[in-house]
Design a protein. Structure first.
Ligand code: CS2
Ligand code: MG
Length: 409
């Protein structure tokens, strides 16, 4: 079975997506997500100009060899653009292989290890009352685990909370990237955030009790000692995890946080290779691996990363915001169902416009996600609908401190 064609579909139903479709000489198609929020066209070019020409005529069944060919053959390795492109090819080839086997992908990954994947939803509010309403709304939607993000007194729009200038009347849940010629600038104040957050979790626990799994995303904004302080101050509230407590290119920084707090730590949504994790895993500095299939080299690479994490008792917590397309989400769910060291799956439901373009079969029931038993990934892309949403540049916000210093958003 040879690769006959490969095309990159860029579509923008409310936010930008980049999707690779591979078609074999006997007409079997596979999809891969190549979406890199704010840098989409770089991945499109990497695929169209440098990868697709190398794929034509290759044996579509040779997934591992194709992965190694694209990873080692490029010479210039790793990085978010490269690994999103490799991920798209890899995921599409797994989609094809599973379709040809007449099985859902998870069956080729060892079959189901659980009935479904526990999902967490994104509750947020500009203030505590709005946040509590959002938690209630997510519980009503069936979520059994909730991420909590709020505004910070004295600050304007912050990560994870509906941007007051979203303009669409919608909440943050759908898209932080703004369609403007330049990134929106958000002001940040870590000391104000560190003072405020314990009061938020005090209110949430008081309202919803001690058992509801609560998560929080620090979004890379703290120094290690600030993160250690926050982890310690949140211990009374028994978080499921504190995510991206500090920028973790400096993996060793997590040692300091680990020394000061038992709050579980999740890291890695911006990581794109197992090599970003070797200290974090080997020294058990984290509890959850956050990468996504889309950004970390595909199903092949993600499975290897999760199997290494399992050696150290570390579990999965795959990245699943709306800038992971339904294709990338479906790929994650197949892994979630199969691997033994599953932890939790992030789930920001896509908008109706997105679901016009991507015909999905995965389901969310009773707090659990299931990829479905449709052969392959279980997602198809409607080209006619995709053409109805032309690409528009969009940029994630840039964060600056009150004195104007660029900070981590
Ligand atoms: C966030 C992401 O979901 C999360 O944990 O960190 O939504 C992140 O802000 C986006 O993926 C950026 O595009
Ligand atoms: Mg995050």
């Amino acid at each position: 079975m040879r690769i006959h064609s490969a095309e990159v579909v860029v579509t923008s139903p409310g936010r930008n997506f980049v999707t690779l479709r591979i078609t074999t000489d006997d007409g079997v198609t596979g999809l891969g997500d190549a979406t890199l929020n704010g840098r989409e066209m770089a991945v499109r070019s990497y695929l169209e100009d440098h990868v697709v020409p190398l794929l034509l005529g290759r044996d579509a069944s040779r997934i591992e060899d194709t992965w190694q060919y694209l990873y080692r053959g490029a010479y210039w390795r790793r990085g978010p653009v490269t690994m999103a492109a490799v991920a798209a090819v890899d995921t599409a080839l797994w989609d094809i292989k599973a379709k040809c086997a007449g099985m859902p992908l998870y069956q080729l990954l060892g079959g189901a290890s659980r009935t479904g994947a526990l999902a967490y939803g994104h509750a947020s509010g500009r203030d505590v009352p709005e946040l509590l309403d959002s938690v209630r709304a997510h519980l009503d939607q069936g979520f059994r685990a909730i991420r909590v993000q709020t505004g910070v007194p004295g600050l304007g729009t912050v990560y994870g909370v509906a941007a007051s200038d979203a303009g669409d009347g919608g909440r943050y849940d759908h898209e932080p990237a703004r369609r403007r010629p330049l990134p929106v600038v958000e002001t940040w104040d870590t000391p104000a955030y560190l003072r405020h957050l314990p009061t938020v979790f005090e209110a949430v626990r008081a309202e919803f009790g001690p058992e509801l799994p609560l998560l929080h995303d620090g979004h890379h904004r703290m120094t290690p000692i600030q993160a250690a302080r926050l982890g310690k101050s949140l211990e009374p509230y028994d978080l499921f995890w504190l995510e991206d407590a500090t920028p973790a290119e400096d993996q060793a920084a997590l040692r300091l946080i680990r020394q000061h707090t038992t709050t579980p730590l999740a890291i890695g949504e911006v990581f794109n290779s197992v090599h970003d994790y070797t200290t974090l895993l080997g020294e058990r500095l984290i509890d959850y691996v956050r990468s996504s299939v889309t950004h970390a080299g595909g199903v092949t690479a993600m499975r290897k990363l999760l199997d290494l994490a399992a050696v150290y008792g570390i579990r999965s917590g795959l990245h699943g915001p709306t800038d992971i397309s339904p294709v990338g989400m479906a790929a994650a769910l197949h892994l979630d169902l199969a691997v033994h060291n599953f932890g939790i799956q992030e789930y920001m439901p896509h908008t109706p416009a997105t679901l016009e373009v991507f015909r999905t079969s995965f389901r969310f029931e009773d707090g659990l996600l299931h990829p479905s038993d449709t052969p392959g990934l279980g997602v198809e892309l409607d080209d006619t609908a995709a053409r109805g949403f032309p690409y528009e540049p969009a940029y994630l916000p840039v964060s600056r401190l009150r004195d104007g210093t660029v900070h981590d958003w």
